[in-house]
Structures are given as C-alpha cells and as structure tokens.
Design a protein around this ligand. Structure first.
Ligand SMILES: Cc1cc2nc3c(=O)[nH]c(=O)nc-3n(C[C@H](O)[C@H](O)[C@H](O)COP(=O)(O)OP(=O)(O)OC[C@H]3O[C@@H](n4cnc5c(N)ncnc54)[C@H](O)[C@@H]3O)c2cc1C
Length: 236
C-alpha cells in the first residue's frame, strides 16, 4: 500500500483529496487510545470486517485505520487510534479536535471473517481494537464461540473492558509473542477445542508472523492474517 505521495501528486488531485468528513467528538479510553467519531458521506464505502480506510494525515502521507463502527444512514464512522507517538499519523490524530475536517479515502483490505466457522479466534494489539469492536456484535448475533487475545502495553490493559468487549485475555507486551515456544504453551493449545477455528491475526507484523507459524503447525483451522505495523517501517 502507498503511504505517501509526492506533494505535486497531491496538488494534482487536490480536489478529490479535500476534506470530506468532520470530527463530531473525541475521547481518550487510555492515555494512548483515542476514539474519534466522524461524520461525512460514507454511502459508497465498503465496511467488510478487515477493511481499512485510507486517511490523509499530512499533505503527503496516508495511513490505514479501521472503522470500529459505522452508520451509513447518518454518515457516522468511529475509529480507535493507537497514539504511540512515533509517527505522523499518530501525532495527527492526537491533535484532532471537534469540528476539524479530514479526508477519509476509500475502504479496502482483506476479508478476515468467515461467518460459517462456528469458532472465531482473534489475536491483535492496540491497532486491532477497531476491528475487534467492529466484529464483536457479529460474533454475538451469529452465536459464535469466540476468544480474543490482546497483546497490549500495561497502560492499555483496561481498554478492551472499557470498550465493552468480552471473552478476552490481555497479555502485557513483553516480546512473548515473538517466541514460538511461548506461544505453543498458550491455553489455546491445551485442548483441541479450537483446532478448526477461524483464526484472525492482526497487529504487529512480527507477532502475527510468529503466531501464524505456530497455528499452522498445531491446528487445522483457517488463518487470516495481516500485519498492521512493523518497527521502523512507515505506513503499512
Ligand atoms: C488494514 C489496516 C488497518 C489498521 N487499523 C488501525 C486502527 O484502526 N487503529 C490504529 O491505531 N492503527 C491501525 N492500523 C495501523 C496503522 O496504520 C499503523 O500503525 C501506522 O503505521 C500508523 O502510522 P504513523 O504515521 O503513526 O506511523 P508511521 O509513520 O507509519 O511509522 C513511524 C514509526 O512508528 C512506528 N509505529 C507505527 N505504528 C505503531 C504502533 N501501533 N505502535 C508503536 N509504534 C508504531 C513504526 O514502526 C515506525 O517506526 C491499521 C493498519 C492496517 C494495514
């Protein structure tokens, strides 16, 4: 995905990249997690679970964010942003206030939810809270057996509960999800209950890759994975 374009390209398409949504409200769920509600014309956007919207975060930079909630009738989108402080996107959303205007681009991505699988297992981090919140009502209404595992910084450990999620375990980030051996010992693998589940892995690239490797070796389930960010890499 292209995360930045030269200024002259932006200028060329200036009209189509103009702000098309307004901030209605913002709130901090923790010092690092900000929920932002926008209003705009979203009638033509596609909100498949796993899709993200490309959002313009500077004159030349674009980043991917998931609609945690949307309401096409009233033109509402919520996003849940990890304010990690390392990048232009994070700083842009930290500074965003009510009535600010922004450009929300098309939505696209990978479909990760398979309605037919009875069991759904979701692994993610702060960047995955949006997709978790979008998926949660479907998990309940379609009577899935489901489990969330979140790899989070200590200061965000209460966020899943504050967002109203259920059936989650929070693991405080300490690089454990970089170890195949450690992942193999997780409760998930202690029975064969989850053997054929739909596995959704999103968040840090290295954690996702390591988890995927263990799942491939130890289960028969279908695995949908997408890295959302990688140390030292701009705008995945
Ligand atoms: C399909 C998809 C959906 C996504 N949905 C969301 C979402 O709903 N909410 C959300 O917050 N993010 C989401 N992301 C991730 C987000 O797009 C990236 O974290 C992005 O890199 C942030 O841009 P930035 O400008 O802040 O940092 P960048 O300029 O991209 O990166 C600068 C530096 O910051 C580091 N960095 C980037 N992200 C993080 C992070 N999360 N924690 C710590 N360091 C980081 C990079 O490794 C790099 O070193 C999604 C990504 C994808 C691909």
């Amino acid at each position: 995905m292209i995360s930045s374009v030269p200024k002259w390209v932006g200028d060329l398409f200036a009209n189509s990249l103009r702000p098309n949504a307004k901030v209605l409200e913002t709130s901090y769920i923790s010092s690092q997690i900000k929920k932002i509600r926008f209003q705009g014309d979203i009638s033509k956007k596609n909100f498949e679970i796993g899709y993200a919207n490309v959002i313009r975060v500077s004159e030349t930079d674009y980043r991917n964010y998931t609609a945690a909630y949307h309401d096409k009738k009233n033109g509402i989108i919520d996003i849940i942003v990890h304010i990690h402080g390392n990048g232009v996107g994070s700083r842009y959303f930290d500074a965003l206030r009510t009535n600010d205007e922004i450009f929300i681009g098309p939505s696209r991505g990978k479909i990760v939810y398979n309605k037919r699988a009875k069991q759904q297992f979701i692994f993610g981090d702060e960047t995955s809270l949006g997709v978790a919140v979008a998926l949660f009502p479907l998990l309940k209404s379609n009577n899935h057996q489901f489990q969330f595992y979140f790899e989070l910084d200590e200061e965000n450990k209460n966020v899943p509960a504050l967002l109203g999620l259920k059936n989650f375990i929070v693991f405080i980030r300490n690089n454990s999800f970089r170890s195949e051996k450690w992942i193999s010992d997780l409760p998930l693998f202690r029975t064969d209950e989850w053997n054929t589940a739909n596995f959704i892995l999103v968040g840090n690239v290295k954690s996702v890759q390591t988890f995927r490797k263990v799942l491939k070796a130890k289960t028969q389930g279908s695995i949908h994975s997408q890295g959302y960010w990688l140390e030292g890499k701009k705008g995945l």
